[in-house]
Design a protein around this ligand. Structure first.
Ligand code: NIG
Ligand code: FE
Length: 416
């Protein structure tokens, strides 16, 4: 039997999330559900999806690994389009300081926060970073994540940024989850560059970007555009230069202070703008017009006790909204997809259907993969989750509990 040949049958629901581009506004509500469905997979690629009697007519089932979905719901694997899963050390004590009332940005400005992870990441060996990163990705897989974006940004110098990206590349080669790499040296300002942020940006453009491009270590370039970090002008400079070198763009935009990050993302043609807790109406309109995916990270707002991004306003303004974990050692130390779903549905006013769209096809669009993952359509990768429940409604209804029982990646059962 050819590896990656599989039939999934006896599914109460196949939630296809059908489409090859981001779903905007009202389209996010439409999941395209097939009842009593089956999926035919060959060499890891979906051949057909539909009613079981039609899909399996004339098929010699002995040529396939046959999976009985046992009357459970089947969905595309989730795409976690914003994470920082390769990092050194931990910041557990910092979390306790924040519980006592310390401010996230104050901690960073006195050398803790991101800066302390930078030190730990510089000190850790590639082997340690690999081991921990690999395990974190396995935990993400257990929640049904089959594609994950990962950022550098805990090096803040070329050498350690390269180390992080090389580790991510190796993990991608060996782990079933697909990893998409983002270069983010402009994640924080180290002590030696305080007050010399322009110089740091120029150095990144001159030294790091060309080498990362040449070694093909990252597909995206990202920046933390924020008060006391990088300004709009510095961000424009870096992102424009990165685009000229062939990088796709992402931004940490309007997270804490409204700076016009969403507007800049639209101006420079970013694939996504992320966080957006403070995005303006004009920024939201600009993202909708220029097809920038609005990637919302409710785990971070929850963990920082900030108010949530205005998901409803964004959907009503015809934006494509994605949801992601922002899994990182500081502002959001969780890879829990059930938590993200609970926050989106209970606190951001997103429907279960919009939430699923945001974690599948729109997550795929946020990493420029809507043509190959994020939905169950013929020609796409067979990245599939089987729930322990008969309908997709359980994903939001069973609060904070993992509904994912089995995971198929490229037509192979990787979690059972
Ligand atoms: O997406 N906002 C900046 N960067 C990360 C936080 C990283 C950290 O705290 O280590 C974020 O929230
Ligand atoms: Fe982030």
């Amino acid at each position: 039997m050819q590896s990656g040949n599989m039939i999934i049958k006896n599914a109460s629901q196949i939630v296809t999330c059908s489409g090859t581009k981001a779903k905007k506004g009202k389209e996010m509500q439409d999941l395209h559900v097939v009842e009593n469905g089956a999926i035919l997979i060959e060499k890891g690629i979906i051949q057909s999806v539909g009613k079981e009697e039609e899909i399996l007519k004339g098929i010699d089932e002995s040529q396939y690994q046959v999976i009985d979905a046992e009357g459970k719901a089947v969905l595309p694997g989730f795409v976690d389009s914003h994470t920082h899963f390769v990092f050194g050390g931990y910041r557990a004590e910092e979390f306790t300081w924040r519980l006592r009332g310390d401010d996230y940005m104050d901690i960073m400005n006195r050398g803790g926060g991101i800066i302390s992870t930078v030190q730990a990441t510089q000190e850790e060996s590639k082997e340690e970073l690999y081991e921990n990163g690999y395990q974190r990705l396995t935990s993400m897989l257990s929640f049904g994540v089959t594609t994950a974006e990962g950022k550098s940004g805990y090096g803040l110098n070329k050498e350690t940024e390269l180390k992080q990206l090389e580790v991510m590349k190796e993990i991608n080669e060996n782990h079933p989850v697909d990893v998409i790499s983002t270069f983010m040296e402009a994640h924080a300002v180290p002590a030696e560059y305080k007050g010399k942020e322009d110089e740091m940006i120029e150095n990144i453009i001159r030294e790091s970007l060309p080498e990362i491009k040449e070694k093909n270590l990252a597909e995206f370039c990202d920046i933390f555009t924020e008060k006391n970090v990088f300004t709009i002008e510095q961000s424009r400079r870096l992102l424009t230069a990165a685009a000229e070198m062939g990088f796709k763009l992402k931004m940490h935009a309007d997270e804490i202070v409204p700076l016009g990050g969403a507007e800049l993302a639209a101006e420079v043609g970013a694939v996504s703008a992320d966080h957006l807790l403070q995005a303006s109406d004009a920024g939201i309109a600009a993202m909708a017009e220029k097809d920038v995916v609005a990637t919302l990270l409710p785990g971070t707002a929850f963990s920082l006790r900030e108010s949530y991004a205005r998901a409803r306003d964004m959907i009503e303004a015809n934006c494509a909204v994605a949801l992601a974990s922002d899994f990182n050692p500081g502002s959001c130390h969780t890879e829990s997809i059930p938590l993200i779903i609970a926050l989106a549905t209970l606190y951001m006013g997103m429907s279960p259907e919009e939430t699923i769209t945001a974690l599948t096809i729109n997550g795929a669009a946020a990493v420029d993969r809507a043509d190959s993952v994020g939905s169950l359509d013929p020609g796409k990768k067979a990245d599939i989750i089987i729930l322990r429940d008969p309908s997709y409604h359980f994903l939001s209804y069973h609060i904070g509990v993992n509904s994912v029982e089995r995971v198929v990646k490229d037509g192979i059962m990787v979690m059972d």
